[in-house]
Write a protein that binds this ligand. Structure first.
Ligand code: COA
Length: 389
């Protein structure tokens, strides 16, 4: 029998399946971490509009907000940053694990493995008390950039560059990847991208992380699961696909026709569409602004010209709008990152949202265990193997 067999005698009982395919529109639980409001095209983190946070805060302040529910004052930020900066180093063994990975493995597989190894190193792995979970969240915030940058260097056959404690998180990431900190405008554009990527309610990876946390598993395991979900091109992996697509188009003058053809072929165009936002992603105007800053800073308008042409045709013909991955892809490319590191950079940001949700789930837990409606073979008798044909 085909494994996808559907029992022809199955009588559909639509009322039994009380959620739409892909859980569309289903409110699964309550949360105080963030609110996505499709009607007003807005996103707030613990009450603060994400655009305001992006313009007025550094990523570290937003991480503090995620974990503690309030923005830090000067002293609180100082203490938090001292902790984060103190945790940036990774062990020799973990560095060895990253170095030993096959050079052609995707950096998302590297970071998934590295976070898993970090969990093996932490003797408090089963301690899920609020204080220990917060400490683990800060460890991840501090060490994930070091792991990603180490993988970046090793994959290029370059020496590892150790983190520096006198740099901000974003500055330090550039330092560990390239050996230097670029112009402040570039650092700001990168920092903004981390703020915009930090959190987005019950998206696929966050929901995955919460499901794992709900089994009373540990914060590292939940984060590893989140990374696995984020890797997919329908979720975080889209930022890489956007840049592959733009490189394939190559010439802004060809972008309009490329999109017309893609739509005629019913292709899914990466970086467009969203399950929740139907008339534009609240994060896009801010990220587009900083992608344009990147274009002006490096003196290369090609990718933004292509951006505008692709967007124009898609909106005119399908009324489907860009999501955050559309401006983030070319922005990261213009910053000098290799394309397959775009989604690991997303991990650096989203670890804050994941940890906040995992802690929220742990604080008021019930195992997440939905049902399915069975449509397979009717009940039948097992025939002994000797009689089976
Ligand atoms: N390109 C072309 N058509 C698209 C599209 C895209 N990126 N996104 C949605 N559509 C179309 C679908 O083909 C469908 O059309 P139909 O009703 O004629 O069949 C309609 O819009 C609804 O799309 P659907 O796939 O049902 O939406 P979804 O809520 O299940 O999926 C996404 C949401 C984000 C997964 C989807 O828009 C997508 O695959 N986008 C590209 C990947 C991406 O950028 N992901 C990052 C998300 S932040």
């Amino acid at each position: 029998m085909d494994k996808n067999y559907v029992n022809p005698d199955y009588v559909p009982e639509p009322e039994k399946v009380n959620t739409k395919k892909g859980l569309e529109g289903s409110v699964i639980d309550t949360s105080s971490v963030s609110k996505v409001n499709a009607e007003t095209n807005s996103l707030v983190y613990r009450g603060y509009p994400v655009q305001d946070l992006a313009e007025n805060c550094r990523f570290e302040e937003v991480a503090y907000l995620m974990y503690n529910g309030e923005l830090p004052n000067t002293q609180q930020l100082k203490d938090f940053e001292k902790l984060e900066r103190g945790h940036r180093e990774i062990s020799k063994n973990l560095l060895g694990v990253i170095k030993a990975l096959p050079h052609n493995c995707h950096p998302m597989d590297s970071i998934r493995t590295a976070v898993s190894y970090l969990g093996c190193e932490d003797v408090r792995v089963w301690d899920k008390s609020p204080a220990t979970n917060l400490d683990k969240a800060i460890l991840l915030l501090a060490k994930i950039p070091t792991m990603v940058a180490a993988d970046y260097r090793f994959k290029k056959g370059l020496e590892y560059i150790a983190p520096k404690a006198d740099l901000t998180l974003s500055e330090n990431f550039f330092h560990m990847c390239f050996g230097k900190v670029p112009d402040a405008k570039i650092v700001k554009a990168f920092d903004v991208s981390l703020i915009l990527y930090a959190e987005h309610s019950f998206n696929a990876s966050t929901f995955t992380a919460r499901v794992v946390a709900s089994t009373e598993s540990d914060l590292y395991s939940a984060t590893v699961a989140g990374i696995g979900a984020l890797k997919g091109p329908l979720h975080g992996g889209a930022n890489e696909q956007v840049m592959h697509m733009m490189k394939e188009i190559a010439d802004p003058a060809k972008a309009e026709q490329w999109m017309i053809d893609a739509l005629a072929q019913k292709r899914k165009v990466m970086g467009f569409g969203h399950r929740v936002y139907k008339s534009g992603d609240s994060r896009v105007p801010t990220m587009k602004k900083y992608a344009q800053v990147m274009a002006d800073t490096i003196g290369e308008q090609k990718w933004m010209q292509m951006y505008n042409s692709l967007e124009k045709v898609m909106v005119e013909k399908k009324k489907i709008y860009p999501n955050l991955d559309f401006p983030a892809g070319p922005a990261y490319f213009m910053m000098g990152f290799e394309i397959d590191f775009f989604t690991p950079i997303f991990v650096m940001a989203r670890t804050t949202g994941w940890s906040a949700h995992i802690m929220e789930q742990v604080a008021n837990n019930r195992i997440i265990r939905p049902l399915s409606e069975y449509i397979g073979a009717p009940q039948r008798k097992v025939i002994p193997i000797s009689d089976r044909r």
